[in-house]
Structures are given as structure tokens and as C-alpha cells.
Design a protein around this ligand. Structure first.
Ligand SMILES: [Zn+2]
Length: 410
């Protein structure tokens, strides 16, 4: 068995033990470390848990052994995922979850969880660790963290740092006191105010990531497009005859023909999906938005007397309503490289290592499972909203009865 799997198993076993207790009561003290705690410590922990319960807020508290951890980020993920699970089970608006490691409390994770995910309240950073991992006693840190969580949940002032005199800790913490020069100034505030930047950074990164990527599991419903872009009116207007060109040259007649095709495509799309404006499948709204934008563009060009023509509107491949500075971009998706049109915001997100938001649609009609629209095989995926093929062409190929007899152009 590799180190990774034994570590994963240890985490899983720990999770099962905690979950079993949390199903009955909010306080879990692992039997493995229970004998190592003094009676006073256990009393202080129980008292803090009871006090939290008395506030009416739902909380879960786990006093756990030190794990052979493989990396800080992994532990942050384990606890934040677990905290979110407990929140989902609690059914409350807010859930307080605290994990504290053993008799030292050197590693603690405090979460206030809402439906938007877990957050680490300010004032509850992970405690700075000494080389010996041994300086903040659990009987002080647990009540403190719980009070910080309660204060954050209630929107009140967090409590002052606990009264903890580092001078009395003895030789066990000498490295820590020497290293940070805490023998001179206000050690308590320093101890509790200090954050191990990398450590906190890792857990915040994970939490931020969870919020940032919540779109991944949800069907897209925003931004509202029908009212904000007057789409219903635009659909009606697009049914009016395409104006004959003011300048009757070949190029303009070609544009006129394109206008007719866009018009037909819009008719085909809205006939095939009469519920496009309310459908759970947001792709139809984007399809209408794109076709209407193209229709308006064609009509504008045809009315022009001068020879100048505005460039054809382009749409972001990942989310067609993005319009800022669209450029071609090579997108690497599961080993394949695709050249697509991307907006400046999505390109920036990719450059900084983030996944930009995508248009998420039902996997199948009626399905609640959300997938990026381009993972289906419908007209939107075939066209990429203009990245692979003009949307009007794709719609006519797939949805129009006359054209589908002719067959697809690609
Ligand atoms: Zn974009």
C-alpha cells in the first residue's frame, strides 16, 4: 500500500468515527487521544461546546489526533469539505464547525458554513506553530475559536484573545518564543493574531475556489437576457422583411442573403423551442441573443450608404454573452487544442490559472445534471456560437426542415 492510500484510508476512518458521533451529539473527542487529555481540558471543551449550544446555533466540534499529514492543503480540503457536508445535513442557515488537533491545538480549522460554502472568520486564523507543535493549550483555543465563530455568525465583535502567559509555558516552547521575540511585547495578541501565511493562504484558496467554482454544479440562469436585451421584441422585429440594400453590389447582396438565413434560423430556433425564453436550458436564450445580435448587425449594414461595413459581431466561446475584446485563442481541453473565440475576461482568467465560468446546460432535456454546453452534440456545440461555424448555419442545418434534407455542410 502506498503512502497516499494509507493516508487516504486514515482520513476516511477518521471521518467515519467523527460522523458517527456527530450524528448523535456535537462534540467528538477521539478515543485515541482521550486518555492524553487532562480532566480540566475535557471539562473546558465540554463547557465551551455547551455554551455554544446554548446560543441556539448549530455547531460541530471534533478533537482529533495528529495525523501523518502529507501536506497542509490536503488537510484544509478534508476539513472544509467535511464542514460543508455537515452544513448540508444540518439544514440550518449557518453551521459552526471546528476541528482541533489533539492536546496541543496547534492545528485548528474553524468554519462558519452557509449555503455559499465554508468561510474562515477573521480572527480565527490558524495558530502559529512552534517547532514542537506545542504551545496553545486546547482548553484555551477551543473556547476561543467557538466564541469567534458565534460572534461571526451573529455579526458581533469577536472576543479578545485568551489570557495565555507564554512565560509560563516552560522549555517546551522556547524555540517559539525565541524565534518570534515574544518575550518582549504582548505575546497573547501576537500568538493569536499571527497567521502562517502559507497555511491560511492554502485554506482560503480552497474556500475561495469552492465559491468561485459553484457555477460548475449549477445550471446557468444568469445573466438575465430576455428583458435586459429586449429579446422578445427583437425576435418580432427580426421577422420583418430584410431591407433591400441601399448599395446594390455583390458584397451587399451577399450580406442580404446572410440576413435572410439569420432570419430563417431565428424562426426555426423559436419554433423548435417555443419556451426558449423560460427554458431551463439557457443555451436557447443565448442562441436567440446571438441570432438577434447578428440580425441587428445585418440590418444596420444594409441601411448604410457609405461603403464601410462594421465587422461581424463575435461571441465568447465559453459564454456567448461575453463580448469584451473577442480574440482567437487556443483552448486546451482534455488533450485537444481548439481555436475558439474568447473574450478578454476569459483569456485573463485562463492566464491566471483559473477556469472561467461556462454556459452550463442540462445534460439531456429535463436533466438536472449541469454540463458545459459544448459537451453536448446539439447546434450550439456544433457551432460554438460562431467559433466553429456561424450559428445561423448550424441552426438551419439541424433545425430547419428544408435544409436538413440537403444535409449538413460539415
Ligand atoms: Zn468569456
Amino acid at each position: 500500500m502506498t503512502e497516499t492510500t494509507s493516508y487516504a484510508r486514515a482520513q476516511e476512518q477518521l471521518r467515519d468515527r467523527i460522523r458517527g458521533t456527530w450524528a448523535r451529539q456535537p462534540l467528538f473527542i477521539d478515543e485515541i487521544i482521550r486518555p492524553g487529555l487532562t480532566e480540566n481540558q475535557v471539562k473546558a471543551i465540554r463547557h465551551a461546546s455547551q455554551q455554544t449550544e446554548d446560543t441556539g446555533l448549530t455547531h460541530f466540534l471534533a478533537i482529533i489526533p495528529k495525523l501523518q499529514i502529507m501536506g497542509h492543503g490536503d488537510w484544509a480540503k478534508f476539513t472544509s469539505d467535511f464542514a460543508f457536508d455537515m452544513h448540508e445535513k444540518s439544514g440550518e442557515k449557518q453551521t459552526l464547525v471546528l476541528f482541533t488537533e489533539g492536546d496541543t491545538a496547534a492545528r485548528s480549522y474553524a468554519y462558519l458554513v452557509t449555503d455559499n460554502g465554508p468561510v474562515v472568520p477573521t480572527g480565527a486564523p490558524e495558530l502559529m506553530r512552534s517547532k514542537s507543535d506545542d504551545f496553545i493549550p486546547v482548553e484555551l483555543s477551543v473556547p476561543y475559536y467557538l466564541q469567534v465563530l458565534v460572534a461571526t455568525a451573529n455579526g458581533t465583535e469577536p472576543p479578545p484573545a485568551p489570557d495565555f502567559d507564554t512565560r509560563d509555558v516552560g522549555t517546551r516552547s522556547e524555540d517559539y518564543i525565541e524565534r518570534f521575540g515574544l518575550d518582549s511585547s504582548d505575546p497573547d495578541a501576537l500568538v493569536f493574531g499571527a497567521t502562517t501565511v502559507a497555511a491560511l493562504g492554502a485554506s482560503l484558496w480552497l474556500l475561495g475556489r469552492r465559491n468561485r467554482y459553484s457555477w460548475r454544479t449549477e445550471l446557468t440562469t444568469k445573466p438575465e437576457l430576455v428583458k435586459s436585451h429586449n429579446l422578445k421584441k427583437a425576435v418580432t422585429e427580426a421577422a420583418a422583411p430584410i431591407p433591400e440594400p441601399v448599395r446594390p453590389d455583390d458584397e451587399t447582396w451577399a450580406l442580404y442573403d446572410r440576413g435572410r438565413r439569420i432570419q430563417e434560423a431565428l424562426t426555426a430556433l423559436t419554433a423548435a423551442h417555443p419556451d426558449w425564453a423560460e427554458s431551463a436550458d439557457f443555451a436557447h436564450r443565448n442562441g436567440v441573443f446571438v441570432l438577434v445580435t447578428l440580425d441587428r448587425w445585418v440590418r444596420r449594414q444594409l441601411r448604410r450608404r457609405s461603403g464601410t461595413v462594421d465587422e461581424e459581431p463575435r461571441f465568447c466561446f465559453l459564454f456567448p454573452h461575453h463580448r469584451r475584446d473577442i480574440e482567437d485563442h487556443v483552448l486546451k481541453q482534455s488533450g485537444r487544442s481548439l481555436t475558439v473565440a474568447l473574450c478578454a475576461d476569459c483569456r485573463e482568467e485562463l492566464e491566471t490559472g483559473h477556469d472561467p465560468q461556462r454556459l452550463m446546460v442540462p445534460k439531456r432535456p429535463g436533466s438536472r445534471r449541469a454540463i458545459p454546453y459544448f459537451q453536448r452534440s446539439d447546434v450550439y456545440a456544433l457551432s460554438g456560437f460562431g467559433s466553429f461555424q456561424a450559428l445561423d448555419e448550424a441552426v438551419l442545418d439541424e433545425m430547419s426542415p428544408q435544409r436538413s434534407a440537403v444535409g449538413r455542410s460539415r
